[in-house]
Every structure is written in C-alpha cells, then in structure tokens.
Design a protein around this ligand. Structure first.
Ligand SMILES: Cc1ncc(COP(=O)(O)O)c(C=O)c1O
Length: 367
C-alpha cells in the first residue's frame, strides 16, 4: 500500500510544533510504579473540589445533556456582567481559558505578525502563536522568574499584534501590581491587544485589586478561569472581558457550542457560592505559606509564589522528581521552561501536603 507523507500535507506551522505536555496522570504513575495510591500535584488543580452548589447543579443538569447547550451562554454572561460591572457584549466564554487564549491569538495574529510573551510565561502562548502561523517573541525575565515589562516594551515593532502576560505567572508564580501594569499599558501603542491572563486571580484579589475596572487600555483583554479557585478544571470553562468589538471578532472563530451544558450550569452555581469559593482560596493560601516556610527552612524554596502552587529549587531536581514519584507523589518538572533545577508543586489538601512534606524530607535525607 502506498504511504502518504502526511507531514508534507499538513500546514507548515505544524513543523516543530509539539503537543502541550500535561501533568502525569495518576493512573499512569500507578501503572509505572505498581503503586496503589498516588497524589497528583502537577496541574494546579483545586484539592477541595467544586462548591457543593456546583456539584448539585451538575447532577441536576445531567438528565438534560441530550440537548445542545446555549451557544451564547446567555445566563452565565449575564451573571458575569453583574459580577464585573460590564456589559454582556464584553464577555467571551471558552472551553477553558485555554481556548479563549488560543482564539484571541488566532483572531489577531497571523503570518508575518508578532506575539510577545515572557520566556518563562505560560507555555500555551508560544504554542498558540506557532499554530496561528505568527512569530513568537520570547522576552527573558529580569530576575529569571518575573516578566520584564520594560524589556517587553523594547521589542514592540509595527508587526506586534498581541502581548501575553500571566499575572500571577505559571510556572514562576510571580506577580506585578496594578501601578506597574498601568505604567506598562500607558506606554503601549493603543492598537496592540494585551492578554492579561488572570487564571490565578482569586488568589491575589486582595493584593492586586479590581483589574477589570481599574486597568485601562483599549486592547486590554482580561482572561479568567473556573479551573483553579472554582475547582471546575474538568468541566473546561473560562472567560475573558474585553472591548465588545474584540469579543465579536473572536466570536467569528468560535465553535458554536464551545462551552458544554454541565460547565455552564456548574459555573453559574459556583458564582452563586462565592463565599465558599473564597474560603477555600484562604485555606489554600494558608497551606501554600506553610509549604513555602518549610521549603525555605530546608533551603529548597525556588521563589515566592502568588498562585496555588509552590516552587522547589535544587540541583538534583530531576532525581527528587523520580524519588517523589517512587513514593506516589506527582510534581511537575520545569525542564520544558528551561528551568531544570525546579519542580512546580500544586498546593494539595492539608493531608496531601503532609504526605508531600514527609516524602520530601526522606528524599532530601537520602540524596
Ligand atoms: C496561567 C494560565 N493560564 C491559563 C491556563 C488554562 O487554564 P484553563 O484552560 O483550565 O482555564 C492555565 C492552566 O494551568 C494557566 O496556568
């Protein structure tokens, strides 16, 4: 049978593009190591699960999944518009904020256009840029971890269409405050789209303030997700707030029913359980601070994190990874970000964090 070289047939931007590598699934580690139990701390998920109201809403909605969802997400848009004090025409819903990011980049950057992001910024920006056929401009961090906003300004050209900033950033956990962000926005050309990726916003709401209403730039797009603080990562739902024309342009590329019915119902219920969600955020931050204090005392803290994860830094990080996996713990190696000495570890429940610290203590002793 004649074989076809499919890579010659695929669009040119597939060359050199690699699929996103997610955290190792629990089932895979169990099979690899012959273990009975494992704790995944590799994808910055919420260890407390979704709000009880969201679980109830999903159960109620299950019987209706033979119907298509509301392709416009009208009810959810209305709730988000009230929450953020904006119009429904300013809201874009996605199958996770990941889809929102990809759609935005595809809408505004194509062949010959440039997208600027931080070298150790969330890796999806680089992947989405290449998939769109645009040119990525990766800017090194000032201190190895934090977006260098001044340096990002210096690489702007006539071809710059989009700038992506994760605040807090994944995987480095760094945060820029409102004043620094506004000073950055003030120095930009007005027609550049800035994606302010706030996937971890709820963890910094107190220190950062209301970015949706206080930051000002015509091309500002603020993206948020239900995957982290709201504990709905498996539902796949995120959103962005932007100028209505930006939203309407992106909607041309959007698949008609991109946000499924269960996700819409769960998100609405979770929004209605804000106090519960924020109480879990407080729990998570307390646990994060406890982990960071211990890491610091052990000389392995990789830097302060503002997200729901902590950074471990050690010259034998890959050995530590293996030894933790042997004990059923799954952290995330940061080699793909050019950070081979680092592991990113999601904050788990109190019990999971205890397990982690116990395992880590024995690993460090055995090194
Ligand atoms: C900074 C950042 N942005 C966006 C996402 C995408 O999240 P989701 O597609 O689950 O909304 C993640 C996920 O880890 C992230 O860390």
């Amino acid at each position: 049978m004649a074989t076809v070289n499919w890579s010659d047939r695929a669009v040119v931007q597939t060359s050199g593009l690699y699929p996103y590598v997610p955290g190792k699934p629990v089932e895979m580690l169990l099979a690899e190591k012959g273990l009975k139990e494992a704790v995944k701390l590799a994808s910055n998920e919420n260890p407390y699960g979704p709000s009880p109201k969201a679980i109830k809403a999903i159960k109620k909605a299950v019987g209706e999944v033979h119907r298509y969802p509301d392709g416009d997400c009208g009810e959810l848009k209305q709730a988000l518009a009230v929450k953020h004090g904006c119009g429904i025409e300013n809201i874009l819903l996605g199958n996770g904020s990941n889809e929102v990011l990809e759609l935005l980049i595809r809408t505004f950057a194509g062949h010959g256009d440039e997208v600027i992001y931080s070298q150790r910024g969330f890796i999806v920006y680089a992947l989405a840029t290449q998939a769109a056929g645009a040119t990525g401009v990766a800017v090194p961090e000032a201190d190895g971890l934090s977006h260098d906003l001044d340096a990002m300004l210096t690489v702007i050209t006539k071809q710059t269409r989009v700038i992506c900033i994760a605040n807090p950033n994944n995987p480095t956990g760094t945060l820029h405050g409102m004043i620094a962000l506004q000073q950055f926005l003030d120095r930009l050309p007005r027609d550049v789209v800035v994606i302010m990726d706030e996937a971890y916003y709820e963890f910094v709401a107190d220190e950062l303030g209301d970015t949706v209403n206080e930051l000002d730039h015509p091309g500002l797009v603020i993206s948020r997700t239900f995957s982290k603080a709201y504990g709905l990562a498996g539902c796949r739902i995120g959103y962005a707030i932007a100028d209505s024309e930006i939203v309407s342009l992106v909607n041309r590329f959007r698949e008609p029913f991109n946000v499924n019915f269960l996700a819409q119902r769960a998100a609405l219920a979770a929004l209605d359980d804000w106090a519960w969600v924020m109480a879990r955020v407080t729990d998570c931050k307390q646990e994060r601070d406890r982990l960071e204090l211990t890491f610091d005392a052990w000389g392995i803290l990789g830097g302060r994190s503002f997200g729901n994860f902590v950074l471990l830094r050690h010259t034998h990080a890959s050995r530590i990874l293996q030894m933790l996996e042997d004990q059923g713990m799954i952290p995330r190696p940061l080699g793909p970000y050019g950070m081979p000495d680092y592991l990113r570890i999601s904050v788990g429940s109190e019990q999971e964090n205890e397990q982690l610290l116990k395992a880590l203590e024995s690993v460090l002793r055995a090194l």
